[in-house]
Design a protein around this ligand. Sequence first.
Ligand code: BT5
Length: 258
Amino acid sequence: MAESNLAADIKRNLKTELIGKKIIAYLSLSSTNDIAKRQAKKGSREGTVVVAEEQTAGRGRLKRAWLSPKGSIALSIILHPTPDQLPSLIMVASLAVARCIEEVSGLETQIKWPNDVLVKGKKVCGILIESDVRGSAVDYAVIGIGINVNLKPADFPEIAATATSLSNELGGELSLPEVIRCLLVEVENLYLAVPEGDIVFREWRDRLVMLGKEVELISGKAKYKGVAETVASDGSLLLRQPDGQLMKIVAGDVSLRQ
Ligand code: BT5
């Protein structure tokens, strides 16, 4: 089977010390998160990246499907954070994507709690973080990132109305290795900044759309309405309900109320 040149292309000029020192690249695989978890269980070092030119069974949260045809970024990063750093990973990942998109394309981005990056109100990136916690120790965490770089949303009716891509907004294609290099540098900068205090949390909070707005929120089987007041440093959303009570929500899908 032909091999992917992506690892060599990314490594050329990659200016990181930790993230991407080892890159495992595939032409096509089911899900980079699945392979990264397998690698992590085998003891792969922190910063190892699993990347695929195409995923055939990319996953979102709650077993939802994630479309990542050729031309999109699909990669997973193995980390060994401390337990108290775990909640910061979603902030690291979404901020890194937002910063990187702005750097390589000049497009403005927004972060939608908890795990989407948007361009012009449409989803351009999804993030799936999976971890294995044993007792009080984190065995590993895997940050899975999918970015629509050179994808044509119109080719995928199931997401055409809600998704966009960088090429769709720019009217021209971008170099995947270049975007990935930028992404890995931003992940490294932010991940290494986590122990230094709440800088990462504050930038993430300040970039969130919907804070202060009337929203509808689905979490598991429950549906809530209220004002998305703010977020806590553990990444949860604080929703002011119509009866005045403040509710802390750890995960869910949020949308603006019409
Ligand atoms: C996510 O889930 O947004 C997380 C997606 C994570 C994908 C990465 S790719 C590398 C790594 N390997 C994996 O297998 N996964 C990770 P969620 O918030 O549940 O959103 C899923 C929903 O987004 C779907 O139900 C669709 O509606 C929509 N969707 C699917 N593919 C999309 C795409 N390419 N662009 C925009 N929206 C999409």
